[in-house]
Design a protein around this ligand. Structure first.
Ligand SMILES: Nc1nc2c(c(=O)[nH]1)N[C@H]1C(S)=C(S)[C@@H](COP(=O)(O)OP(=O)(O)OC[C@H]3O[C@@H](n4cnc5c(N)ncnc54)[C@H](O)[C@@H]3O)O[C@H]1N2
Ligand code: MOO
Length: 406
């Protein structure tokens, strides 16, 4: 396995890793609705019944038959199955959500009704029916969402109303994280040549947001080839996706490429024509059972590591979930952003929530996280271009919830 390949274009790298992920898509499992948030539908969501399943009163009032006044013959509450209204001139009191009795011709709102002295109900029902008919919202067997749709709380509610107890979803890939670098401190203040590990804590959180289950974490792994090989081997045992940070270059203690060689790895992508973050890689590596897993090599510079997550790990996980290939939205640049020659430039920006105009942030060196912590994502400046003020360019978002950006 050679380490001397030319960097692949950013767009091609994304498509290669997505395709590799999709080819290894996770098996489908049934999960209870309450646990389905964040998963992906493995099959289309097809309603198991008409919606609503029975004619349902939309108001509190009187279900009447024929012209009034009407004699009260009963009451129907939500949750019961009423007897038919057999005679004209009769009515049952009905609650919102209750099933309309067979034979009813109208529903009269309680506030628009009155009683005669001898207890008959009078009033004029509105011209518009005051009940929902079966199939109003959907017909039994109708496909409401395609396979590959992300499950969110809105989808879970819809599935419940359609009669599902569980949903068929892709099992989320399990991930592991190995942090390389003897210079890294796991607690306390940096100094005297040591820096704090700024990736061990956030990377599992980013991975969870992309839809991977965080698992084993080891860091820092000792800077020897033997320790790297042993740590990767252990991580491959329990994870479909192993992420590593650092050691992607050819420094004296950069052991990732030699370790991959020793483990029989095969590159899907080995370096990408993007700045920052170009040493990023994705490889297939055989696990202990012979089945291949993925290893994403994130560069050690902290911002570059996150660029690699956004660039490669996001489309890989989308593929593993059987989701559609991610499509990037566009933003308008508020100010000029330089290009990076033949490389794609990923430039951190804050996006105005009202007009969606993107403002470049400061402190964006690849070793820095100050700009990233204030940004929504990256403006994508394509190879051979510069981002002029006012230009509309693709936007690679960080996986943030609305309102989360400081
Ligand atoms: N001769 C060359 N040297 C470097 C080049 C190059 O083209 N030629 N590229 C630079 C670029 S670009 C990057 S990115 C880095 C990638 O290097 P590695 O992936 O091998 O990462 P390390 O050498 O282990 O670390 C780089 C840098 O990042 C700091 N680091 C690492 N891990 C962490 C962490 N978990 N938390 C905080 N900081 C971390 C580490 O201390 C180094 O300062 O290579 C350049 N070199
Ligand atoms: O790729 Mo390095 O990404 O510039 O820090």
């Amino acid at each position: 396995m050679s380490t001397q390949t030319a960097p692949v274009s950013w767009a091609r790298a994304r498509s290669l890793v997505y395709t590799a992920g999709l080819a290894a898509a996770q098996p489908a499992v049934q999960v209870p609705l309450a646990e389905a948030d964040g998963h992906t539908l493995a099959e289309p969501l097809t309603t198991l019944t008409d919606l609503p399943a029975f004619p349902t009163s939309s108001v509190d009032g009187w279900a009447v038959r024929g012209p009034g006044p009407w004699r009260v013959v009963g009451r129907v509450l939500a949750g019961s199955s009423p007897a038919p209204l057999d005679e004209d001139g009769t009515t049952v009191e009905i609650a919102t959500g209750a099933m309309l009795p067979e034979g009813a011709t109208a529903v009269l709102r309680v506030e628009e009704s009155a009683h005669t002295p001898d207890g008959l109900v009078t009033g004029t029902p509105r011209a518009q029916p005051e009940w929902r008919v079966p199939g109003d919202e959907a017909h039994s067997g109708e496909v409401l969402l395609p396979a590959g749709a992300a499950v969110n709380p809105g989808v879970i509610g819809l599935a419940a109303s359609c009669g599902y107890d569980t949903l068929p979803v892709r099992r989320p890939p399990r991930s592991a994280l190995l942090v390389f670098g003897d210079e890294l401190l796991t607690t306390g203040l940096p100094g005297a040549g040591r820096v704090r590990d700024a990736l061990g804590a956030p990377v599992p959180a980013w991975l969870r947001r992309y839809g991977a289950e965080p698992g084993l974490f080891v860091g820092p792994v000792e800077d020897t080839l033997a320790a790297h090989v042993a740590a990767i081997r252990k991580a491959l045992d329990g994870a479909e996706l192993v992420c590593t940070t650092g050691g992607t270059m050819r420094g004296p203690v950069d052991h990732l490429h030699p370790a991959l060689r020793e483990l029989g790895g095969e590159y899907v992508v080995n370096t990408v024509a993007v700045r920052p973050g170009f040493p990023m890689l994705l490889a297939r590596v055989p696990g202990p059972d012979g089945r291949s897993r993925f290893l994403a090599g994130l560069p050690g510079n902290p911002q570059s590591a996150i660029v690699a997550l956004v660039s490669l790990v996001a489309p890989l996980i989308a593929g593993l979930h059987g989701r559609p290939e991610p499509v990037l939205p566009t933003i308008t640049l508020a100010e000029a952003v330089p290009g990076r020659g033949e490389y794609t430039h990923l430039a951190l920006v804050r996006v105005d929530p009202v007009d969606h105009v993107a403002h470049p942030v400061r402190h964006v060196g690849s070793a820095m996280l100050r700009g990233l912590a204030q940004a929504d994502g990256f403006a994508v400046i394509e190879p051979g271009t510069t981002g002029e003020a006012g230009a509309v360019v693709p936007f690679a978002p960080l996986p943030l919830f609305s309102g989360e950006r400081p």
